[in-house]
Write a protein that binds this ligand. Structure first.
Ligand code: ZN
Length: 292
């Protein structure tokens, strides 16, 4: 069977894998993200051991340019991550390995992997939101990964912020109290003075967190109408958040959208990733399969 490579380029770690899908990973490496030269160079060296790769996909943190034909296609663009702004990623890999390279955001790739192999298999659409160091979302809409103008930046939707109830000004350097600014992992730590993973499950941090995430999800539900929402990332390892978020989404929608999934089966609608932590690198392999 034809082999494909996948690179999950994350803000803190890189994962590279070779295979054809979730049940067939032939080899995998992971290492901390450092400079672009070293991080991308290690990925290239790993794939050079496989002479018969048909394509490589890259699922990367953004912002980035995923539009084939654009002069800056394959670049990480304006990221605040030191040393990575305006880094040519896809072209560097393509020239070194001489294989077609697909390139998209880590969250679009995770949405694609869940659509192809995971919890959204058999559906036409899904939305993947990661809540961790930052908040980012990707979507598959009627079978296509959503790009539009560039790619979605779902973490930066503006949501109502009751300053009397929550005086924390927000963590986003661009917007202050956008969704990411209020609900990313660093915002939880800054607001409560303790990292989220140290807070007990019944701490008031979590009902506030669920409230904010639900406000974001309701905005996506009424604009994109996804058939399933998948929540991943480090903060979502707090399993108590899932029932709280589902209840808050129902309360905020207030019965407006008459879908049985939202009314009676919301446990099947807002779900963790079936592919777990592997959604990103598997999505990268799926991106490689789309171009290879
Ligand atoms: Zn923002």
């Amino acid at each position: 069977m034809d082999l494909f490579g996948g690179i999950e380029g994350g803000g803190t770690k890189f994962v590279c894998a070779v295979g054809t899908g979730p049940d067939d990973i032939r080899d995998e490496i992971r290492y901390p993200t450092t400079t672009p030269e070293v991080s991308i160079g290690k990925a290239i060296a790993f794939f050079q051991d496989f002479a018969d790769l048909r394509g490589v996909g890259i699922a990367c943190f953004g912002p980035l340019d995923p539009r084939p034909g654009s002069p800056t296609f394959g670049y990480v663009t304006t990221t605040p991550k030191p040393g990575w702004a305006h880094t040519e990623f896809a072209g560097t890999v393509e020239r070194a390995l001489e294989v077609p390279v697909g390139f998209d955001t880590d969250v679009n790739a995770a949405a694609l992997a869940e659509y192809r192999w995971g919890t959204a298999k058999g559906l036409d659409s899904c939305l993947y939101l990661t809540v961790g160091t930052g908040i980012g979302g990707g979507a598959v809409v009627e079978g296509h990964v959503l790009h539009g103008l560039m790619h979605p930046e779902m973490g930066h939707v503006r949501i109502p912020h009751d300053l009397a109830a929550d005086p924390y000004p927000g963590h986003c350097t661009y917007h202050g109290d956008c969704l990411e600014g209020l609900a990313c992992g660093p915002a939880i730590e800054a607001r409560w003075g303790t990292p989220g993973e140290m807070l007990p499950p019944d701490h008031p941090a979590w009902s506030l967190e669920a409230h904010y995430i639900a406000l974001g999800l309701v905005a996506y539900i009424v604009t994109l109408s996804p058939q399933r929402i998948i929540l991943g990332g480090g903060v979502m390892e707090q399993a108590q958040l899932f029932p709280m978020i589902r209840a808050a989404v129902q309360e905020q929608l207030n019965g407006y959208i008459q879908s049985p999934l939202l009314m009676d089966r919301i446990d099947d609608y807002i779900v963790p990733p079936a592919l777990g932590h592997r959604a990103g690198v598997l999505g990268a392999i799926a991106l490689g399969q789309m171009v290879g």
